[in-house]
Design a protein around this ligand. Structure first.
Ligand SMILES: [Mn+2]
Length: 432
């Protein structure tokens, strides 16, 4: 394994030299600009240096659509190669040291070997993801008509058992959360009984919840539609909140930005979940029409900022039970996934950093006075501040690249991986 191509720290340092002068100029200018608003830039850099967003193992493969998949060169063919790519992302941006595994796609043959490999690559494991939205080879019962909510108790039992297996594996690899998303729902009016399906779902989730270790959390992911197009069992944040509340204090709601109706005010949902101590975390991506899984911040960067405005408000107020798990969940057809994930990780940190620039005293004053224009312009002033120099400085101070995509391309990583990893036919995409 050690003979495989890696981007070296020396190479990154050498490449960084080309950008250092311009970065220093931009940084000095931004430091002065922020100083005028009594913001100490070093404190913000520190915030950026400490921010982490996990990468999904399935995100390093090229995604597909319902129609086709166009595989890229040198795609990872198994969990170890996925971890290699995740490590490369982290090496360049230094904000993505955790990887979220999807079972059974990433089920290791040897857990000790997996742990050792991840450790050597500087990675740890984030939330476990179960998969009961597709049938696996050799599986006894089919999930064609649902899993945890299925009308047949035996199918539900099989789906529960799979989740328990994910927890057991998670314990062995240092994970501390299970994310459950089910594709359960219906495609025709009358196809399922809404109440019974949700009862079945809750009953199954209670069994899974009972196996959740005390220092773990279980994240429930809601989704409005797809693959079921008439109704889904966990359709929205309200249903999600009810489920989390029913299950208990280790259960939290996970917000995937693509899983809402178009134009829904996601930042307000986030605020509600924070207020009632049920915000578990995020799957970041972006969308134009549905669950498009486009790159984070690529379509609606202001929405991303407004979400972080709520998160930073909670952080600064030390609100109880506020400890959201951040993860990217995107996968597409037309980019190199490593580049997409690096850019998206940076966009998440950007929104976080910008939200820290909001003058909250001024904002609160404007809210009290009914001064809508000042409220908006206070937010906009933070949102339109170019914090790129802070992001690049945080990355390079953590040992990463000032310009991650440029360094990645200069390294020839993808070409090397293309040689190392001859394409395998039939590798399926996974988007959840
Ligand atoms: Mn998701």
């Amino acid at each position: 394994m050690s003979t495989k191509f890696e981007i070296s720290d020396d190479f990154i340092a050498e490449q960084n030299k080309r950008s250092e002068k311009h970065l220093a100029e931009d940084f000095d200018y931004l430091a002065k600009k922020l100083k005028r608003s009594n913001i100490e830039i070093e404190k913000i850099v520190e915030k950026a240096q400490n921010f982490q967003v996990a990468v999904p193992s399935w995100g390093v493969g090229t995604g597909g659509t319902r129609f086709a998949r166009f595989p890229g060169q040198g795609e990872p063919r198994g969990v170890y190669e996925k971890l290699e790519d995740c490590a490369t992302i982290n090496k360049l941006v230094r904000s993505t040291s955790a990887v979220s595994l999807h079972i059974p796609w990433d089920k290791p043959e040897n857990v000790d070997e997996l742990n050792a490999f991840a450790k050597a690559k500087g990675l740890k494991f984030d939330a476990m993801n179960s998969n009961t939205f597709q049938d696996q080879i050799g599986q006894e019962k089919s999930y064609k008509f649902g899993s945890l909510s299925h009308a047949d108790k035996d199918v539900r039992a099989q789906a529960v058992a799979h989740n328990l297996e994910c927890i057991e594996l998670g314990k062995k690899i240092g994970s501390n959360a299970l994310t459950v998303w089910v594709g359960d729902g219906s495609n025709f009016a009358g196809q399922t009984n809404f109440r019974r399906a949700f009862e079945n779902y809750l009953e199954s989730m209670r069994e899974i919840y009972a196996a959740i270790p005390n220092d773990w959390r279980i994240f429930i992911e809601h989704k409005m539609f797809e693959p079921a197009f008439y109704s889904t069992v966990v359709s929205d944040w309200g249903t999600n909140y009810i489920a989390a509340k029913e299950l208990g204090e280790k259960a939290f709601c996970l917000v995937d930005l693509g899983h809402h109706a178009p134009n829904v005010n996601i930042e307000q949902i986030v605020s509600r979940l924070i207020q009632f101590q049920k915000l578990g975390g995020f799957h970041f991506n972006d969308s134009k029409y549905g669950d498009d899984d486009l790159d984070t911040g690529s379509v609606k960067p202001f929405q991303l900022f407004l979400i972080f405005n709520e998160l930073v408000d909670a952080e600064l107020n030390n609100l109880p039970n506020f400890n959201p798990a951040y993860m990217l969940d995107q996968s597409h057809n037309v980019t190199d996934p490593i580049e997409s994930l690096m850019v998206s990780a940076t966009e998440v940190v950007r929104a976080y950093v910008q939200a820290h620039l909001v003058d909250r005293v001024k904002l609160e004053e404007a809210q009290k006075n009914g001064d809508a224009i000042t409220a908006l312009t206070t937010l906009k002033s933070a949102f339109t501040t170019d914090v790129s120099a802070i992001l690049a400085t945080a990355q390079s101070r953590n040992g990463g690249a000032i310009e991650p995509v440029k360094v990645y391309r200069a390294s020839g990583y993808r070409t090397e991986k293309h040689k190392e990893r001859p394409a395998r036919i039939g590798v399926s995409a996974g988007i959840v």
